[in-house]
Design a protein around this ligand. Sequence first.
Ligand SMILES: Cc1cc2nc3c(=O)[nH]c(=O)nc-3n(C[C@H](O)[C@H](O)[C@H](O)COP(=O)(O)OP(=O)(O)OC[C@H]3O[C@@H](n4cnc5c(N)ncnc54)[C@H](O)[C@@H]3O)c2cc1C
Length: 186
Amino acid sequence: MYDVLIIGAGPAGASAGIFAARAKKKVLILDNDKSGTKKAWADNHYAVMGITGYDVFETGKKQAAKYGAEVKLAEATAIEQIENGWRVTAGEDVYDSAAVILATGAAKGLARELGLQMKTGKDEGRTEVIAVDEEGRASMKGIWACGICTGQSMHITVTSGDGARVAINLLSEMNGKRYVDHDMMC
Ligand SMILES: Cc1cc2nc3c(=O)[nH]c(=O)nc-3n(C[C@H](O)[C@H](O)[C@H](O)COP(=O)(O)OP(=O)(O)OC[C@H]3O[C@@H](n4cnc5c(N)ncnc54)[C@H](O)[C@@H]3O)c2cc1C
């Protein structure tokens, strides 16, 4: 049983995974490696003088794994409710988790099939996005969502920040108090 299962390892999902794993939660990230982000070259990434989308993607996954997240190349094909959380199917495998974070980028099929409430997005071509409350909760308890699948603007720093924000809100709910992750130079 995982505490947090994240679907999508783009900037939103991997960033959420870093925070959840550093909070000592049992974390699984599934990604089917279909992101367009890998083709990007970003000159607008705060505090970084230019970076490829490929490096953003691969470093994000490594960073989440460094703090204990399991990262698997797999396509999530179904989500169903179980007694104490959610069951995610990926091919022959099933994974159970107390909470699920959807960070599926342009892909919204899973959310639609699950019956999550959707809404109209602002970006051209993003007509339907997952409706979330201001903390990142989708319309079913225990399902959260972040990044462009919720209509966030299509930028790496925005989506990675949104993944962190939503993970912090989920961690705060799980722990019963506001979660803060700070380190200091010794
Ligand atoms: C060519 C290009 C250039 C860009 N240039 C810039 C730029 O210069 N600056 C900038 O800030 N932004 C740029 N962007 C935009 C930016 O990369 C994205 O908008 C943003 O990072 C999306 O982040 P995300 O995590 O929400 O989604 P994504 O990065 O799309 O991640 C979603 C992940 O979920 C996976 N996934 C989806 N469904 C499933 C499933 N069922 N099971 C498992 N995995 C699943 C996908 O394969 C993908 O890996 C560019 C994008 C492109 C395509």
